[in-house]
Design a protein. Structure first.
Lengths: 325, 426
């Protein structure tokens, strides 16, 4: 089976999921992002790599943060950006995803950044578009959110450069989380020796250990001696019902407090993909505490998205794939 | 019209025949096999050298999409697909629009099918009105109109009281219930086997336990009521074990497996191949092996095509939103042959699962070459490979997980009532 994300020379063609991408590509993206971190601090926050290209943000599911960071990233690369909230326009008129895509292709879009509530939507679009068009998955159902996974490992690398010596815990609703799946694949591909997931059984997918993680149901055990704690967002609709009895009980058992944070290594960092539910999965004083790197995650998110788009739109001249460290 | 089919390898599982013999047909009936009847002067002699001559295939589950879903497929296209696949009799589930719960609808469908003069259509009536699982349909009336059994298609009966009454009522008249075993609450919104692949792809899973739980309920009530129950499209290893035990116990149980489940697993979904969005979901390698073993030892009686044509657009959606189903009538024979080759099963046994067994389950006079039976036959080349692609399929539904695959087993001629209804173009 062909890898839909790579072209025949093994270069990145679409970014659809972390799973299936070799280490050299992940490193290429991370290293390229490194060179973009400085761009935001310049007086002119722009590089001309995507000048004359049109990037189309196609959001079938609402998002503020991800859409905004993709928009900023594309603009800093000098691309023209169109953002469409399709959930509120054509889809409600009965147009199919591929109809929408075809219309935008007719308007000469060069790159699609896609978010959709169904797993596999980005793959479907990637299969459909002509070869010169690139697709970036900005989140599909529970499946994948690759730029989030990449920006998370980028952040970890900044604070803990030796990935080969880390214990990392991912805490919360893994079952419904595309972020968790992307993080797990990114971390295991890059050689993190111990990735843990901590959650009640109702929030873990079947055979999650096959993804290469250690499973814990108890925060005290799971957080012991970890270097990184990655919290997941708990969606409102899961807070009471058959998955969990209440948000209060969840906070008591799986919420990250200062007290529980002490179980991790003293220099452990705390991450969250946002938006946070303070007092549900994370206590405010942890979220705003000195071990939190939640805001740097957002900043690095722009560099990662710039790197992905630059590589897709003609290959970044900065770091060739294969030579990456 | 008298026809002699000579030099063919005649395989008739019901009569345990597998040898090079001539078949003699007169007035739409098989009049002799082997030696020519006295005074038989054939109007037409067909040379079937190097070909297999077997009973026309009997498919336990083929959706024809009429009435109501003609944009997906039409009676004529699907009946042409049937005979092109060597299928001369088929049972169609009642989930049409409107649902087959009215005798008038069944009569009309039978009538329209008969007009085509292609494969015989045996409707399965709705077991409950509108398939809602609440009120019983008029089974006796529906039977008179032509239904050979009663089914809920993919819908479940959640109320065990209703299921119990439905079995009791059907047992009163000796009707067979065709049930798909899937517990609807556990399976709700599920689109793939709840396991490794669904977890990786972020798809909502249907656990194997959904089949086991439904099966436990069905088998227990069947035991109490003495109803004849056929389990449609078994998918799990545990399910096979449960049916095996139930048969040993003496329950009137039979079951089938779809051709898809004999060959594919959850891993064939690959990168969200919507053609693998099937009901029940494709399961694990272990389940596939158990289904194969169950078919071999007779726990599973038959193979069905689960022919479910959908229009192309319906598959052009993210996996979970893509419509369930795949085309299958023209693949039933080659997929059965492929299974037999891989498992080293004789053609005689393998063809039994798509002729004699399925006819017995439906209680119809078909699926064999006994003297004086209707001359419904399939003549095929077991060694000729053909490539599955939209152009080579007659069905209006072109979607199948097997697209692009080369399969052995090419139907050359199909007879219904001694008439050639399909002949491969040369």
């Amino acid at each position: 089976m062909n890898n839909p994300q790579l072209d025949r020379d093994g270069n990145l063609k679409h970014l659809l999921s972390i799973e299936g991408l070799p280490k050299r590509i992940l490193n290429q993206i991370l290293d390229t992002a490194e060179s973009f971190v400085g761009v935001a601090e310049r007086e002119v926050k722009k590089v001309p790599l995507l000048r004359g290209k049109t990037v189309c943000n196609l959001f079938f599911e609402n998002s503020t943060r991800t859409r905004t960071t993709f928009e900023i990233a594309a603009k800093r690369l000098s691309a023209d950006v169109i953002s469409l909230n399709v959930s509120t326009s054509s889809q409600s008129k009965g147009e199919t995803i591929l109809d929408t895509v075809d219309n935008l292709i007719a308007m000469h879009a060069d790159m699609f950044v896609v978010r959709h509530a169904q797993s596999g939507a980005a793959h479907l679009i990637a299969k459909h578009v002509p070869p010169h068009i690139h697709v970036v998955n900005a989140g599909d159902g529970r499946h994948s959110h690759p730029t989030q996974g990449l920006l998370d490992v980028f952040t970890i690398r900044k604070y803990k450069p030796d990935l080969h010596n880390l214990k990392i815990a991912i805490v919360g609703d893994v079952l419904h989380s595309r972020v968790a799946r992307s993080e797990i694949h990114a971390l295991t591909t890059l050689g993190v020796p111990e990735v843990r997931v901590i959650a009640p059984k109702t929030l873990l997918p079947s055979q999650v250990e096959k993804l290469g993680v250690h499973v814990f149901h108890d925060m005290e055990e799971g957080l012991k001696d970890v270097d990184v704690i990655m919290m997941l967002r708990l969606q409102n609709e899961r807070m009471s019902g058959a998955m969990l009895p209440s948000s209060q009980e969840y906070f008591k058992t799986y919420g990250l407090t200062q007290e529980k944070l002490k179980l991790a290594k003293p220099d452990a960092i705390v991450m969250h993909p946002g938006p946070m539910n303070r007092g549900v999965e994370i206590d405010s004083n942890v979220a705003d505490g000195k071990q939190s790197v939640i805001l740097p995650q957002v900043t690095y998110g722009i560099a990662i998205r710039m790197a992905v788009m630059a590589i897709l739109a003609g290959g970044s001249p900065l770091v060739p794939a294969g030579d990456a460290s | 019209m008298k026809i002699q089919i000579k030099n063919g390898r005649v395989i008739d599982p019901k009569n345990n025949i597998d040898s090079k013999l001539d078949v003699f047909i007169a007035a739409g009936k098989i009049v002799a096999i082997g030696h020519s009847p006295e005074g038989f002067a054939a109007n037409q002699i067909i040379d079937a050298d190097n070909l297999v001559v077997c009973p026309g295939l009997v498919d336990l589950s083929a959706r024809l999409r009429e009435p109501g879903d003609e944009y997906k497929a039409r009676l004529v296209s699907e009946l042409q697909a049937a005979v092109a696949g060597g299928v001369t009799s088929l049972a169609c589930p009642p989930d049409t629009d409107p649902v087959l719960d009215e005798p008038g609808l069944v009569e009309m469908l039978k009538h329209r099918a008969k007009q085509q003069g292609l494969a015989h259509v045996y409707p399965l009536g709705a077991l409950t009105r509108q398939l809602e699982g609440k009120a019983l349909s008029e089974m006796s009336e529906l039977h008179t109109a032509g239904c050979v059994g009663f089914s809920q298609a993919n819908a479940a009966i959640t109320d065990t009281q209703v299921l119990w009454r439905a079995m009791e009522y059907a047992a009163t008249f000796g009707f067979t219930l065709f049930l798909h075993a899937e517990e609807p609450f556990l399976a709700a919104k599920g689109v793939a086997h709840d396991g490794e692949v669904a977890t990786r792809l972020g798809l909502k899973g249907i656990p194997s336990a959904a089949e086991a739980l439904a099966l436990a309920t069905i088998l227990r009530i069947a035991q109490e009521t003495g109803a004849k129950v056929h389990i449609s499209r078994l998918s799990t290893a545990e399910g096979v074990d449960m049916v095996r035990a139930a048969k040993k116990q003496g329950l009137k149980i039979s079951c089938d497996v779809s051709a898809h489940h004999l060959h594919l697993t959850e891993h064939d979904i690959g990168y969200f191949d919507a053609n693998c969005h099937l009901k029940p979901p494709l399961r694990t390698q272990r389940d596939k092996e158990a289904l194969s073993a169950g078919l071999k030892d007779g726990t599973i009686d038959a193979i069905c095509s689960d022919h479910t044509p959908v229009d192309d657009d319906a598959k052009l959606a993210p996996f979970a939103e893509a419509e369930i189903g795949a085309t299958g009538l023209e693949l039933l024979l080659p997929l059965t042959l492929k299974w037999a080759t891989e498992q080293k099963i004789s053609l005689l046994q393998a063809l039994g699962a798509i002729t004699e067994s399925s006819a017995r389950i439906l209680g119809i006079p078909a699926g064999n070459l006994s003297i004086n039976s209707d001359a419904d036959l399939c003549v095929f080349d077991a060694n000729e490979y053909w490539k599955v692609c939209p152009d080579t399929l007659k069905s209006q539904g072109k979607n199948t997980p097997f697209t692009g695959l080369e399969l052995a087993g090419k139907v050359k001629l199909t007879f219904v009532h001694g008439q050639i209804v399909y002949q491969q173009k040369t």
